[in-house]
Design a protein around this ligand. Structure first.
Ligand SMILES: [Fe+2]
Length: 153
């Protein structure tokens, strides 16, 4: 396998920027839900949200370091993240099951975004980034299942 061209590296880094920003916004949203969740499922959801934001915290570092390995600058401002993210913020007074539904949709969106990106970066010849994306797809699919399992009806 040949070295990636500068054009391929740039194309892959641009996809990783979106994943970095989206994971950051989702981490913040999940952390907020961890703090503000109320109701009979408080303990289980407080814990579940913590496991998820901790995972996202590690993922954003992996994405940023992969961007650096490809020779590009890793975005690190909220204004850039807001522009790049496929996940939207939530400043509403959401109820516990509303939080679960929102995060379920977000993890499904992350999974779908990752599946499309994986095919693209494979087309660019970057199997290392594709591997990372496949691993992240599995995590988002697992989190979606865990969230869905908390829904009662
Ligand atoms: Fe906490």
């Amino acid at each position: 396998m040949s070295t990636l061209s500068p054009t391929a590296k740039k194309a892959v880094a641009e996809e990783l920027n979106i994943l970095l920003a989206s994971s950051y916004v989702l981490m913040l949203k999940t952390h907020g839900y961890h703090w503000n969740v109320k109701g009979p499922h408080f303990h289980a959801l407080h814990q579940l949200f913590q496991e998820q934001y901790e995972d996202l915290f590690e993922a954003i570092d992996e994405f940023a370091e992969r961007i650096k390995a490809l020779g590009h600058k890793a975005p690190a401002t909220f204004s850039e993240y807001k522009g790049l993210s496929v996940i939207t913020e939530d400043d509403s007074e959401e109820k516990d099951m509303g939080m679960v539904k929102n995060l379920l949709k977000d993890h499904q969106k992350m999974g779908d975004t990752l599946r499309k990106m994986t095919a693209h970066v494979q087309g660019e010849g970057d199997e290392a980034t594709a591997d990372m994306m496949i691993a992240r797809t599995q995590v988002h699919d697992k989190f979606a299942w865990m969230l869905e399992s908390h829904l009662t009806g």
